[in-house]
Design a protein around this ligand. Structure first.
Ligand code: ADP
Length: 216
């Protein structure tokens, strides 16, 4: 059973949206490490204060800052999980494999989107302050949250400024992209073209799940 699933892909490729859909479909718990860090920053916890220094500059946080959080979270989810944003480096992938409570993922969904498309998406991305729902100005032009019964205020993430995005994309190219080869050689990579509408991306993902394999 494919129950240890990770999403790989550049900022704004849609991995947040797709991981939420898949978690709901498979009834698996989901952890988004970027969202976890942003919540810690908003709550001004010691971890948040430390992470803020890196996120402001568009840099990944040090592996040591994130690994225990993910280790502890997965240890309480013996039936499986979906991770959006971890591992993001080869060192994190190796650590994961060696940690008994985590183990190597048995399905890696790698999403690709050209950088010029990502830039237009980043400029349009909006998130709700109250419920964290993510939308964009292409599909919704209001200033309050479109989720039913919410009505929270929408905002553009600080790290979605173009300079910050470009730095994050550079970090992604040098630190995360090598993971495509790493997991391809382990036969766990499902490569998906993220440059399509969200429903088409999701049906491509589901097709692979329905055929009970995750090998490209
Ligand atoms: P995006 O996919 O748009 O870059 P995320 O919400 O996934 O956004 O992550 C936001 C930021 O959180 C990253 O740019 C990075 O600084 C930090 N982060 C999240 N997960 C990790 C991780 N596994 N290792 C290092 N930094 C991380």
């Amino acid at each position: 059973m494919l129950n240890r699933i990770i999403f790989l892909g550049p900022p704004a490729c849609g991995k947040g949206t797709q991981s939420k859909k898949l978690a709901q479909h498979l009834q698996l718990p989901l952890l988004g490490t970027g969202q976890l860090l942003r919540s810690a920053i908003a709550a001004k916890t010691p971890l948040g204060l430390e992470a803020d220094v890196y996120l402001k500059q568009g840099l990944y946080v040090p592996d040591s800052l994130i690994e225990n959080l993910v280790k502890e979270w997965t240890a309480t989810k013996p039936s499986g999980w979906i991770l959006d944003g971890y591992p993001r480096t080869l060192a994190q992938a190796e650590l994961m494999k060696k940690t008994p409570s985590m183990g190597a993922p048995n399905c890696v969904i790698g999403m690709k989107v050209p950088v010029e498309i990502l830039e237009t998406r980043i400029e349009a991305r909006r998130q709700c302050k109250d419920c964290d729902v993510v939308t964009n100005t292409f599909v919704y032009s209001g200033s309050s949250c479109p989720a039913p019964d919410c009505g929270g205020t929408l905002y553009a993430r600080n790290d979605d400024a173009l300079d910050n995005f470009r730095m994050r994309h550079q970090q992604y190219r040098s630190l995360t992209e090598p993971l495509f080869d790493y997991y391809r050689s382990r036969n766990t990579l499902l490569e998906i073209n993220g440059n399509q509408d969200p429903d088409s991306v999701f049906s491509q993902i589901l097709q692979h799940f329905n055929s009970e394999q995750c090998v490209n």
